[in-house]
Design a protein around this ligand. Structure first.
Ligand code: NDP
Ligand SMILES: O=C(O)C1=N[C@H](C(=O)O)C[C@H](O)C1
Length: 271
């Protein structure tokens, strides 16, 4: 049985991850953390998740529960995730990372742990989004050089702090890679004022933030006379949480390395 700890059990994802780990019959929900200063230290994590008392209390530090856990599931902030990777390297633990919004420098730091920690790092843990990435690769390969404009549109709840979403960036990167482009060179993240007509080879991004939208992504391939839209809509955070628990069970059996959700789901294209 994989013994799972949830980082930030009082967060939007933390609560749903707690329920998903508890409901998985092949995993044990072994612990969870909140900030050291939080009034929730010592609270029952089942009660925080709204699933009733589980007899597992929120710890103020991973060090306090290190003996009890095998894999961390971390959907928090870039800074905390990097600190938790250092913890994993020091204590021989594994980690599933859903955190988005890492800077280029933070991504380099995360990657530096690949030889010391078995980790799954993915901006979206849902089966549907990961299948969509394969559909996008096929569409981009077929349409990209045929004069189709490519735009990525995403919508999320009003509390989200990073933009564009990690998933939107991953979708854009997938399309760019299929076309031999890069987001550094071809990504357009802002259009305002007299910005001129779009270039043929740009990949545009647009972000919406409103209400309680769980997560919606569309990639548009548009040309004179037609457009194709490939859309994924998440209506419950449980889709991400179940994927993360599946990834935790998977990474529990893997050597040091950086994996993603396509590895977990067996969706990676050969070669
Ligand atoms: N990969 C995927 O499938 C998905 C990824 N995400 C990503 O997950 C991340 C979290 O999203 P969400 O749950 O909505 O955000 P929340 O802000 O609700 O959750 C973050 C949690 O981390 C805790 N936290 C932050 N800093 C610390 C710290 N120093 N010590 C202890 N705890 C800390 C917060 O505690 P406090 O409340 O006290 O600040 C909070 O509980 C985002 O990056 C989001 O993009 C979200 C959904 C799916
Ligand atoms: O913050 C969120 O809520 C989500 N974040 C992820 C992202 O940035 O792609 C995944 C999901 O869409 C929800």
């Amino acid at each position: 049985m994989t013994r799972i700890a949830i980082v930030g059990v009082a967060g939007r994802m933390g609560r749903v991850l707690t329920a998903a780990a508890y409901q998985d019959s092949d995993a044990t929900l072994a612990g969870g953390t909140v900030r050291p200063q939080s009034s929730l230290v010592g609270a029952d994590i089942g009660e925080l998740a709204g699933i009733g008392r589980l007899g597992v209390t929120a710890a103020s530090s991973l060090t306090d529960i290190a003996e009890d856990i095998d894999v961390l599931i971390d959907f928090s902030t870039p800074e905390l995730t990097l600190a938790n990777l250092a913890f994993c390297a020091e204590h021989g633990k594994r980690i599933v990372i859903g955190t988005t919004g890492l800077s280029d420098a933070q991504l380099v730091e995360l990657d530096s742990y690949r030889d010391r920690v078995p980790m799954v790092f993915a901006p979206n843990m849902s089966v549907g989004v990961n299948l969509t990435l394969n559909l996008l690769q096929t569409a981009a390969t077929a349409l990209g050089d045929e004069g189709y404009d490519i735009e990525v549109v995403e919508a999320h709840h009003r509390h989200k702090v990073d933009a564009p979403s990690g998933t939107a960036l991953k979708m854009g990167e997938t399309v760019a890679q299929a076309l031999g482009r890069t987001l550094k060179e071809h990504g357009v993240f802002e259009r305002v004022g007299q910005c001129g007509p779009r270039r043929d080879d740009e990949i545009g991004f647009a972000t919406l933030r409103a209400g309680d939208i769980v997560g919606e992504h569309t990639v548009m391939f548009a040309t004179e006379g037609e457009r194709i839209e490939i859309t994924h809509k998440a209506s419950s955070r449980m889709t991400f949480a179940k994927g993360a628990v599946r990834a935790a069970r998977w990474v529990a059996e893997r050597p040091n390395g950086r994996y993603d959700m396509q590895d977990v789901l067996g969706l990676k294209a050969e070669g």
